[in-house]
Write a protein that binds this ligand. Structure first.
Ligand code: KIV
Ligand code: NA
Length: 269
């Protein structure tokens, strides 16, 4: 199986129609990537790893070094899906030049196929700058978690007419700047649909609409690793319980000395 390319994913949407929706999940580790790879078109090394792996309060403190370490692991663990790495807060907003310096490190040091960055029209010039210099960019608009300190929380966007109009304008600006796809997060469904129809490149919904050109979720969320998850998460498994029950059984067997048993110990020949 040859690895999917960014242009191939971009071409999934032809004349406004996407017959085969784009499947994207987050991955942070090599083993997770191995398990998800065959099922996904895109694997996203999301800066959500700040909360999911490092226990940080938001994605704001995530560093380029963290993204490089996990990005390289996911590339090593996959061979089919295209791997996208999130640019963390503070590594791209200052200028197109700053963004190129850091995005090129992500490509060179992880082997990923492209990067994702948050922001709409304000980031269009940067998206064009990177794309014209060999770095495919995925946009991310609507509820942009790196802006939590400005937004004041993680509430859905697009409820007022002005906000809705901005989301559609942001989508168009990124599309025209050459983004190969755009993540639309936490947006009123009608606005997610309107933005999807307004752009030539594929939209990837998360808390968007089934009419987006693809979907993404945080893998740990959809596996049921966390009790509290946003409305837009569907739990496809209950891994949290599986892990707790396994740990409880192990603990009981250690304490009553039934583990290790004969099968787990080395006996004289
Ligand atoms: O960091 C992340 O996991 C993301 C996805 C939720 C889109 O940006
Ligand atoms: Na992210």
């Amino acid at each position: 199986m040859k690895r999917l390319t960014i242009p191939a994913i971009r071409r999934r949407k032809k004349d406004g129609v996407t017959e085969q929706p784009i499947v994207m999940l987050t991955a942070y580790t090599a083993r997770q990537a191995q398990l998800l790879d065959a099922h996904c078109d895109l694997l996203l090394v999301g800066d959500s790893l700040g909360q999911v792996i490092y226990g940080l309060p938001s994605s704001v403190p995530v560093t380029l070094e963290m993204m490089i370490a996990h990005g390289a692991a996911v590339v090593r663990g996959s061979y089919h899906a295209a791997v996208i790495v999130d640019m963390p807060f503070g590594t791209y907003e200052q200028s197109p030049q700053q963004a190129f310096a850091n995005a090129s490190r992500l490509l060179k040091e992880t082997g990923c196929a492209g990067v994702k960055l948050e922001g709409g029209a304000a980031m269009a010039e940067t998206v064009r700058f990177l794309n014209e210099r060999g770095i495919p960019v995925q946009g991310h608009i609507g509820l942009t978690p790196q802006a939590v300190n400005v937004l004041g929380g993680y509430n859905a966007r697009g409820r007022s007419e002005a906000e809705a109009a901005k989301i559609v304008a942001d989508a168009k600006a990124l599309d025209e700047a050459g983004a190969f796809s755009i993540v639309i997060e936490g947006v009123v469904e009608t606005i997610a649909i309107e933005a999807t129809r307004a752009i030539a490149c594929p939209s990837i919904g998360i808390g968007g609409s089934a009419q987006c050109d693809g979907q993404v979720l945080v893998t740990e969320d959809m596996l049921g690793m966390f009790e509290r998850v946003p409305r837009f998460v569907k739990k496809y498994a209950d891994m949290g319980s599986v892990v707790s029950e396994a740990a409880a059984q192990y603990a009981a067997e250690v304490r009553d000395r039934s583990f290790p048993g004969i099968e787990q110990t080395y006996q004289p020949k």
